[in-house]
Design a binder for this molecule. Sequence first.
Ligand SMILES: *[C@@H]1O[C@H](CO)[C@@H](O)[C@H](O)[C@H]1NC(C)=O
Ligand SMILES: *[C@@H]1O[C@H](CO)[C@@H](O)[C@H](O)[C@H]1NC(C)=O
Ligand SMILES: *[C@@H]1O[C@H](CO)[C@@H](O)[C@H](O)[C@H]1NC(C)=O
Ligand SMILES: *[C@@H]1O[C@H](CO)[C@@H](O)[C@H](O)[C@H]1NC(C)=O
Ligand SMILES: *[C@@H]1O[C@H](CO)[C@@H](O)[C@H](O)[C@H]1NC(C)=O
Ligand SMILES: *[C@@H]1O[C@H](CO)[C@@H](O)[C@H](O)[C@H]1NC(C)=O
Length: 446
Amino acid sequence: MALYSPFLVLLATLPSLFFPFTLAISSTGLCSARPDHDSTLHILPTYSPCSPLQPSTPPSRFLDTLLFLSNRDVSRFSYLSSLLAAAPTSHRSFVPIASGRNLLQSSTYVARASLGTPPQPFLVALDISSDAAWFPCSSCSGCTSSSAFFSPNRSSSFVSLPCNSPQCSQLPNRSCSGKTCTFNLTYGAASISSSLSQDSLSLAADSINSYTFGCVVSASGGSIPPQGLLGLGRGPLSFLSQTKNLYFSTFSYCLPGFRSPNFAGTLRLGPSGQPKRIHTTPLLSNPHRPSLYYVNMTAIRVGRKRLLIPPAALAFNPLTGAGTIFDSGTMFTRLVSPAYTAVRDEFRRRVNSPVTSLGGFDTCYNGSVVLPTITFEFDGMNMTLSEENTVIHSSSGTLSCLAMASAPDNVNSVLNVIASMQQQNHRVVFDLPNGRVGVSREPCTS
Ligand SMILES: *[C@@H]1O[C@H](CO)[C@@H](O)[C@H](O)[C@H]1NC(C)=O
Ligand SMILES: *[C@@H]1O[C@H](CO)[C@@H](O)[C@H](O)[C@H]1NC(C)=O
Ligand SMILES: *[C@@H]1O[C@H](CO)[C@@H](O)[C@H](O)[C@H]1NC(C)=O
Ligand SMILES: *[C@@H]1O[C@H](CO)[C@@H](O)[C@H](O)[C@H]1NC(C)=O
Ligand SMILES: *[C@@H]1O[C@H](CO)[C@@H](O)[C@H](O)[C@H]1NC(C)=O
Ligand SMILES: *[C@@H]1O[C@H](CO)[C@@H](O)[C@H](O)[C@H]1NC(C)=O
C-alpha cells in the first residue's frame, strides 16, 4: 500500500488518520507540554503530529505532501530572492515590528509564548529571516479558524499605540484609524493589516514589558502562521533589538527532526548557557537586507573531494544579494545552479546506482546505497552533514533522496540557503555582538 511507504522523515507531516503509530504517540501523552525554563524554549516542527498547527485540510497522500512541502519551499525561495535585488537603502530605517519586505513565507517551527496580563498562550512561528512580530487579534477577519486569537480587552497591560507615537512614524504603509496607528504589510502571498500595539510578552521564564507588535485585524491572499510570528532577524527594531538589554542579541537553537513527537528542540535566548567551545564563522552584513544571516561559504565537499564550483556561485555580493544565508523557514537546502549541479554530480558518481526522481528531488535511489558525506566549508568552520541531514528515507528503507535542490527554474537566483533539514540536530548559535555564527552537532533533547 502506497500510504505505508512514505519517506520516514515526512511521516510526521501526514495526518494521523493514516498513521496509527503517530496517533498512538499522541495519545500516550508524549505530546504533552514540557515546561520551559530559564531562557530556554522548546521547539516543535509545525507539521509534527503533536502540533496543533497542522494544515486543517492536510494533503491526503504522501506524494501530495512531499510536493506540498517542496512547493512551500519554492514559494519561500522565490520570495527570498525577490527581496534581494534592488532593495532600496531607505529600508534600513525599519521598523518596530516589520518591514513588509522583511516578511517571508511561513516558518516551520513553533515555540510557546504568551501575551498580556493575565497571559494568553500562543504557539508562535520562528523565522530567523524576518524582523516581524505579530499576533492574530480577536477581531481578525480572514485569520484561519485554527488561530488562537489575542483578546486585547482581556489584558490589563495592553496599550494601543497612537498615530503620533515615534514607533508609528517609522512604519511604512501606515494610516490612522481614529487615534490608533495601523499599518499594512505583506507576508509571502498574504496581505496583513495590523494595529500597532504593546503588551507584556512572556517567553520561557522571562517577561518583556511593553513589547511592540502588530495586532492583526485582517489577513487575505495567503496563509499566515495561525498563532503569530516571532521574527528573529537581526534588523533594526526587531525582537533582538527590543530585547537587547535582556538577551544581548544572542540566541541559539536546536531544530528537532520532523519525526520528533515532543517539543524536543530548544531556542536558547541570551549568552548564558551557550556552548563555549564551538567553531564559528563570521556573519556578513548586507545593508540592503539587514535581517538576513549571511555567512561566507567557501567550498563544498562530497566525501573528501572539494568540488569545483565557480567562485561567483558562492561569493557574497551585497548589491545583488548573492551569497549564503542560514534560514529556519526553508525546509530543504537550495543551492545556485552551478553549485547544486556540482554536488549532485559528485554525489551520483560516488553512489553509482540507478537514479530516479521524485517530486522536487532529482537524485533518489531504490534500495540500500552507501552515501558519501557532504560538508559545507565556511570561513573558519566546517559543517559535515550526517545521513539524516543528507537524505530523506522511505519508511520501508527502499527509497532515499538527496534532500537538496537547485534554485527553482523560474527564479533568477543568486542565493544559497542552508535550510532547516540540514540544520536539524545541530546547535546553531547566533552571536551578534561578536558578529558570528557557530554550528556543532547536538542531538536535540531538552
Ligand atoms: C505597502 O503596500 C503596498 C500595496 O499594498 C505593497 O505592495 C508594499 O509591499 C507595502 N510595503 C511594505 C513595506 O510592506
Ligand atoms: C472583548 O472583545 C470581544 C470581541 O471584540 C467581545 O466579544 C467581548 O465581549 C469583549 N470582552 C470584554 C470583557 O469586554
Ligand atoms: C491597508 O489595507 C486596508 C484593507 O485592505 C485598506 O483599506 C487601506 O487603505 C490600506 N492602507 C494603506 C496605508 O495602504
Ligand atoms: C570569503 O572567504 C574567501 C576565502 O577565504 C575570501 O577570499 C573572501 O574574501 C571571503 N569573503 C568575504 C565577504 O569575507
Ligand atoms: C524498488 O525496488 C523494489 C524491489 O526491486 C520494487 O519492488 C519497487 O517497485 C521499486 N520501487 C520503485 C519506486 O522503483
Ligand atoms: C575544514 O576542512 C578542511 C578540509 O578538510 C580543513 O583543511 C580545515 O582546516 C577545516 N577547518 C576547520 C575550521 O576545521
